[in-house]
Ligand binder design. Structure first.
Ligand code: SF4
Length: 94
């Protein structure tokens, strides 16, 4: 099966590696809260898949700054994204 890796796409588009920065906004998942199911997927940690993420109590701007510092040796360009559970499942959505 052929597919395009996001990292390859970003490198081609921006001319160099783009490091993704996992940001934790405190979202949960409908497969854990009982809205769609309970227990979540078998491979998902209780806190979601963002093992590298900071606490959601840390302001997002601080998380971005921290992550840029953490990965500064790997890339010059960065892209923040919401990790840890489902990034479209904010509390106001249900
Ligand atoms: S966050 Fe994603 S992987 Fe984890 S339980 Fe929800 S749907 Fe599954």
């Amino acid at each position: 099966m052929l597919y395009n890796k996001l990292s390859d796409y970003l490198k081609k588009k921006y001319g160099e590696r783009v490091q993704r920065l996992p940001i934790n906004a405190g979202f949960t998942c409908p497969n854990k809260t009982g809205i769609r199911g309970n227990g979540g997927c078998i491979y998902c940690e209780e806190t979601g898949s963002g093992f590298a993420s900071l606490s959601p109590k840390t302001p997002i701007a601080e998380q971005v700054k921290f992550m840029m510092e953490r990965y500064k040796g790997r890339a010059n360009k960065f892209m923040a994204y919401f990790q840890s559970n489902t990034n479209t499942y904010a509390p106001h959505m249900y």
